[in-house]
Design a protein around this ligand. Structure first.
Ligand code: 0GY
Length: 308
């Protein structure tokens, strides 16, 4: 892959660039695997970052994303609109247009989006909208506006992707359970992995999934959730091991409602940048049978994003 650049934008201080030379994974992905959570950033000189953004990334364009896809052994991508582009979906849509049908998108829209714009995004490969509740990433949007958007996209067969912190789940519960679409939760609702996997906090998340069959979870981002980090805690060469019990529990409890993605180019990481090849090698630790791996990487994303 070519190296990260930033054009005329200045990156947020401390921002780490994505890994230009990831390892080739030892784990062989099943044929047809989908990287169901990744982003494109710019390039900023072509697709400027949004004025309301909370960070300025380094550029991470479609060519680099597709090179990573091929290097890791994925067949397809789901490109999720990142907050640094606000509701300007042009970089994501341009990537979809270049992907030859091998990418779908999740957009960010405001209530002034027109039906024609939604239809045109559908034709381009968008299948969902993202609502972000992480306070360091976005300004507050009233729930009635979000509910109005959800009602508008439901007839298209789209779903809602949400990103939030575990402590905010009680407050968001009624909103989530009232949504008229499938709900996909980013990164397991960001559990605090220092707490027990069968403790009160994660049990609440499990209850949400158990009681509401329209809720799915991405079991991605060990690098973001881990406290132990990329090095083993007790000498075993096994990065992010503290996240395994959480992801594995979800994969085994809800095998038909889980997704996995690299999260490339890994926004807002300041301690370490994961090697995407090693992230792929994490998958067999959380989906331990071939049947579970196939559901996680192929069957589930294909049903949700290429079902039509
Ligand atoms: C992620 C996580 C983050 C950022 C965004 O849209 C975004 O800016 O999603 C984060 O900072 O935790 O999934 O990419």
């Amino acid at each position: 892959m070519s190296k990260p650049t930033s054009g005329h934008f200045t990156k947020t201080p401390g921002w780490l660039d994505w890994y230009a030379e990831p390892a080739r994974p030892r784990f062989r992905l099943p044929p047809g695997s989908v990287d169901a959570h990744c982003h494109v950033f710019g390039p900023g000189d072509t697709f400027p970052y949004a004025p309301e953004r909370k960070y300025t990334p380094c550029d991470a364009g479609k060519h680099q994303l597709f090179a990573l896809r091929d290097h890791l052994g994925f067949d397809k991508n789901v490109i999720v609109q990142a907050t640094c582009h606000g509701a300007d979906n042009r970089a994501m849509l341009d990537a979809l247009a270049s992907a030859g049908g091998r990418a779908r998108g999740v957009a960010t829209v405001r209530r002034d989006v027109t039906d024609e714009q939604l239809q045109s995004m559908h034709a381009a490969g968008v299948r969902g909208v993202r609502f972000n509740f992480v306070k360091r990433l976005v300004d507050f949007t009233p729930r009635d506006e979000l509910m109005e958007i959800a009602a508008r996209i439901a007839p298209l067969g789209w779903h809602v992707v949400v990103y939030f912190e575990a402590l905010d789940l009680p407050d968001l519960w009624d909103f989530f359970t009232a949504l008229p679409t499938t709900l996909v939760i980013d990164h397991m609702g960001r559990p605090d992995v220092r707490k027990p996997v069968d403790g009160v906090e994660f049990e609440l998340f499990m209850t949400l999934m158990r009681e509401h069959p329209h809720v799915w979870s991405k079991v991605s981002c060990p690098e973001r959730l881990s406290v132990g980090g990329p090095r083993a805690l007790d000498g075993e060469a096994h990065p992010y091991r503290d996240v395994v019990p959480f992801s594995r529990r979800l994969v085994e409890s809800f095998p038909d409602r889980v997704l996995w993605g690299t999260d490339w180019p890994h926004p807002n990481l300041k301690d370490h940048m994961p090697d995407d090849g090693l992230l792929v090698d994490f998958i067999p630790r959380i989906a331990v049978t071939e049947a579970l791996q196939r559901k996680l990487l192929v069957d589930n994303p294909m049903r949700l994003y290429w079902g039509d």
